[in-house]
Design a protein around this ligand. Structure first.
Ligand SMILES: [Zn+2]
Length: 583
């Protein structure tokens, strides 16, 4: 449930010196070409000189425009290479291309930063801000402070370690009930109606995590130490400071996040304990165990009405009903092969939305397994993709996506704004799906801040051992998810749940974003109950803005209260709890 945009930890920009995509008709027509770094260097020298020597603002703006076109082509190349590797981690060519991307992208970050610095130093800086707005220069100030060529080798090293994690998980082949499954495929049994099946599937999954525990610990240890080293090389106190810069957090900081986590502890954690108690009562259990968590009543998990092609067909109808813009958007995604939805052997875990900026189209990658989660994932990623589609003609690439916490407003809010159409996917189970979804939204926030708090502890204590980190996670669970019960599953009791969380390995500090966005999405949900048309209108207007402002400014422009404002979280939680109790 995430998206991938240009960022120090995941996207390279590489150039072969000439446009390499012909006009776009179908995803299968896209073929990556290897970059010519000499040509890239020459182009960037030209752009930097033109900006530095510009006599008039117009000359600097022209060079920025040319640089941006190049960035878009390079961004599309890296998106394609990284996507294809994740589509088939066993393909040697895809792997080699991805490795090349990992090798080259720190050099590209350095080249991009040179242009950004030239703009920031330009006497025409004010006129450039008049053209694009101040925000892009705030982003670039952040980027320039977050990188130095001296950390290039360590950036490549962290990409390699993250690829090891991706590949280790993708290689997993697990025997269960007489068949061989991938980790993603095994996930569907965690929602089985039969409690014993749920337990055994969960146990089998975590046996795999236990068997691979040393490797998972070792990869993470390497990541933590390398990230800390990079932070120190850039004169940061710790990697938390650098991580915030990498996340381009402009209008809030560490103290605001800490205060938000405390509000979650005060206003939400007690409610989640009560929700689990009520869930146990409905299920006729003494207590909800870890393997029961996804089952909210005796009817079992809400059932999908069909397989993936059916789901896509239903979604096409729903997006048509939502309006002509969403209709055009969805038809393009489906007709142009921009959806890769089913789990399969060799495919990387997870789900995300990426994009090809010079083609002005997004792409959705997922691992559907036939459960109701497929609808949530699909709508979520479609929210990211629709935002990208809506802002695809932004004045500069930096505004194609907003920063991550704002991105997740689009995805998580669309999950709620499509509530009236859930009958299309679930028939008579739709109301149970809505209840499940709302309950899950509330239960998720404490887990989300736990992941964030854990990472703060980890990077504030870079010399901790793997065993220390597991102890930290247990301490964090006591604070945020005290109702969680792991029974006799050894690895989970040892404090290893976090090792399933892709973000902790590959995208440090990309997690509080979901909880901030969920707090915003719940406001859209609350408003949609009385004013669905107004909520949808503000949502689409927000999508069209892309990333032309920082998080709190974007949220407020859509009529939302910032999650950092006193009382915001308490109010949305209170409303959701009342609706759940009245159901
Ligand atoms: Zn997302």
């Amino acid at each position: 449930m995430c998206m991938v945009r240009s960022h120090p930890f995941n996207v390279a920009t590489i150039h072969d010196g000439e446009p390499f995509f012909m006009s776009f008709t179908h995803f299968s027509d896209l073929t990556p070409q290897h970059p010519d770094m000499d040509a890239v260097q020459a182009d960037y020298d030209k752009y930097a000189d033109a900006i530095t020597n510009a006599q008039e603002p117009a000359a600097a703006l022209e060079a920025i425009g040319q640089w941006d076109e190049t960035r878009k082509r390079l961004g599309s190349w890296s998106s394609l290479v990284r996507l294809r590797y994740r589509q088939d981690t066993t393909n040697k060519t895809y792997k080699a291309d991805n490795d090349l991307c990992d090798e080259v992208w720190p050099k590209m970050v350095a080249l991009d930063n040179r242009i950004k610095q030239a703009v920031l130093d330009s006497p025409h800086r004010g006129a450039i801000a008049d053209h694009f707005g101040e925000h892009v220069q705030d982003l670039w100030t952040c980027d320039v402070a977050a990188f130095d060529p001296s950390i290039q080798d360590d950036m490549v090293k962290t990409s390699k370690l993250n690829n090891e994690y991706t590949s280790l998980r993708a290689k997993a082949r697990i025997e269960f009930q007489g068949e061989t499954h991938t980790l993603a495929g095994l996930g569907k049994f965690s929602l089985d109606d039969d409690r014993q099946v749920r337990y055994e599937a969960t146990k089998t999954t975590w046996d795999w995590f236990e068997e691979n525990g040393d490797a998972l610990d070792e990869i993470f240890d390497g990541l933590v130490k390398t990230r800390h080293k990079m932070a120190k090389a850039l004169s940061n106190k710790d990697f938390v400071e650098l991580g915030y810069r990498w996340m381009q957090r402009i209008d809030y900081g560490r103290k605001d996040v800490e205060r938000f986590r405390k509000e979650v502890q005060t206003h939400l954690v007690p409610l989640t304990v009560e929700l689990r108690r009520q869930q146990a009562q409905r299920l006729g259990l003494d207590e909800v165990m870890y393997w029961d968590e996804g089952i909210f009543d005796l009817g079992g998990a809400p059932k999908l009405g069909g397989d993936t092609p059916w789901l896509v067909k239903q979604a096409r109808d729903v997006f048509k009903k939502l309006g002509p813009e969403t209709d055009h958007f969805f038809s393009t995604m489906d007709d142009c092969g921009l959806l890769d939805l089913d789990a399969r052997e060799g495919k990387a875990s997870g789900g995300f939305c990426t994009a090809f900026p010079d083609k002005e189209v997004p792409f959705i990658f997922a691992n559907f397994n036939g459960t109701h989660g497929d609808v949530r994932t699909f709508i979520h990623e479609l929210g990211h993709a629709f935002q990208y589609w809506s802002s695809r003609k932004a004045s500069i690439s930096d505004y194609l996506w907003p920063t991550y916490e704002s991105c997740e407003i689009h995805s998580m809010s669309l999950e709620f704004l499509t509530w009236p159409h859930m009958e299309s996917f679930f028939g008579d189970d739709a109301e149970r799906f809505r209840q499940t979804h709302l309950t899950f939204a509330l239960l998720f926030i404490p887990y989300g801040v736990a992941v964030d708090h854990f990472q703060h502890m980890v990077y504030e204590n870079p010399d901790a051992s793997p065993a220390d980190r597991h102890a930290m996670w247990k301490e964090i669970e006591e604070l945020y998810t005290p109702a969680r019960k792991y029974g006799d599953i050894k690895r989970l009791n040892e404090g290893a749940l976090w090792q399933r969380q892709l973000h902790i390995y590959g995208a440090p500090f990309y997690y509080i974003d979901y909880t901030l966005a969920q707090t915003c999405a719940l406001q859209f949900w609350s408003r949609s109950l009385t004013d669905p048309a107004g909520a949808m209108k503000d949502y689409t207007t927000l999508c069209k803005r892309g990333g032309d402002a920082p998080f709190q400014a974007l949220a407020r422009s859509a009529g939302l209260i910032s999650p950092f404002d006193q009382g915001c979280l308490a109010d949305v939680v209170d409303h959701a709890a009342k609706i759940l109790q009245s159901a």
